[in-house]
Ligand binder design. Sequence first.
Ligand code: HEM
Length: 416
Amino acid sequence: MTATETMGVEEAGKVFVDPTAYADEERFHRACALLRAEDPVHLVEDPEYPSFWAITKHADVYDIELHPAIFNNAPFPVLGPTEALEQQRAGAGMLRTLIHMDNPDHKGHRALTVDWFKPRSLARLDERLAELARRSVDRMVELGGSCDFARDIAMQYPLQVILSILGLPESDYDRMLTLTQELFGNQDPELARSADPAEILQVLQDFGMYFNELTMEKRASPAEDLASTIANGTIDGEPVGLIETISYYIIVATAGHDTTSSAMAGGVQALIEHPDQLQRLRDDPGLLDSAVDEIIRWVTPVKHFMRTAVEPYVVRGHEFQPGDMLLLSYPSANRDDEVFDDPFRFDIGRSPNPHLAFGYGAHYCLGAKLAKMEIKALLTELVPRLRSVELAGEPELMQTTFVGGLKHLPITYEVE
Ligand code: HEM
């Protein structure tokens, strides 16, 4: 009997409510493969969670993403235990980011910054990214041939980028780190953060004050940065509401951090474990773009988003009803062998690579291009300077059901 046959679909569906399952990739992917094969639209019932349908096939995630008027992001874009979701409902309105919105609001709010995230506009960051990437690799040299790449390098660099794009001083680094950790904290006991709603409210209030000051400053003297674009933005001639403005800073400060750092650390692990692919990249830097995409598919740092049906709609023969909650499993979609040849092969030349790690459609990741530029800048600097690299211990994944990847990647290396 194979390992797959020992797990039933009921047990498989429980991985989506179990942070430890995401820290055990073999178990997680085995469960998803079983669901894709046997019950791709699967009802998960757990006493601590609201019932939801786990969507594990690429084509179905895609179909649902393409119908945002039928499958809304509100009221709960992210899965949580019933109690936590009820608390969120009670405090609804405290945080209204793009991922909490549907049309008509979503369109107007997204339009505020969409140009800023376009390639032509992002091109001005090239030099800054190259400089931050160089500093990261210099730091590896300073660390003297061994480090925890996840903690010492990958966690640091995307946060520096975010400070740069928001136009914040480097002295605010610790503040931003706290924000990401407190607000979108994962469920890993080692990285434990408070789940107490009163403390989370306090964090939001502190940041409310901080960002309010920033808004005033950027209105008085606008600069080229993203914070100025947000602070001075208008929708239909009206200034953006205070909560929405602050939420905007918060989504930018948080969405681009753990995601990108997880991709970087996971990418380095994949290159170490597939030395032929690392050599291929050394020999042919023309593969950098496809390598970045493959790394993002391979790691898939965002584990899910939720949708709630507002109209009946049929997916794979199942008719959803208004009120049904759906979990879109991006890591599962990205290992679907109906779309990817040999999906468990890490292939830096994979093309086409229609992965869904950035979602799709109306909510498609606003920072996708930026994230790719960041990873590419790091690899551009690191790969030619890396004489050798090896694992120096067991890589460890975060326990999380939402965003994450490696929390530890001990390595030894020779870097020039
Ligand atoms: C590898 C890195 C990243 C991954 C895997 C990622 C993934 C995602 C995913 C899956 C979504 C939801 C898409 C959907 O619902 O269809 C999203 C939305 C979003 N991301 Fe990213 N992201 C990354 C980096 C970034 C960066 C660097 C930024 C900005 C600094 C960013 C900003 C956003 C924003 C603002 C949204 C909300 C878009 C909307 O609802 O309209 N992300 N991202």
